[in-house]
Design a protein around this ligand. Structure first.
Ligand SMILES: [Zn+2]
Length: 125
């Protein structure tokens, strides 16, 4: 499968929620942008989407061919994409840690980026 992003993402953040941790390692680097800037180029049939049980609300997608985590992909008015799935540099650098309350006790954040206890979606523009 392949997807393409246009424009500039709203943010690049590290997500520490338990689901990102379990699918991508210690945490996931997550790009958030406007839904209209996300285009699925090919391979819709190769994408598996997992809809979570409550209390989780965010779906998770991965490539059935290679197992790569894809993030939530398009959801509502935004896209949420695993930065690890990109071939190219998205052109911005991480600015925040999300869902810090869910990070494992054995992992210490040792940078000065903003920290959000829960989720945070930056406003458009
Ligand atoms: Zn997460």
């Amino acid at each position: 499968m392949a997807f393409q992003l246009s424009g500039t993402p709203r943010s690049l953040s590290y997500c520490h929620c338990s689901r990102c941790r379990k699918s991508e390692g210690i945490f996931a680097a997550v790009l958030i942008g406007n839904a209209e800037d996300f285009e699925l180029v090919r391979g819709e049939d190769q994408i598996t989407r997992l809809t979570p049980e409550q209390p989780w609300t965010h779906a998770r997608a991965f490539c059935r061919m290679c197992g790569s985590a894809l993030g939530e992909m398009r959801t509502g008015g935004i896209y949420v994409v695993a930065a690890s799935a990109l071939d190219d540099d998205p052109g911005l650098r991480p600015t925040a840690h999300l869902n810090v309350a869910s990070k494992p006790a054995w992992y210490e954040i040792d940078d000065d980026l903003k920290k959000f206890e829960g989720n945070y979606v930056p406003p458009s523009g």
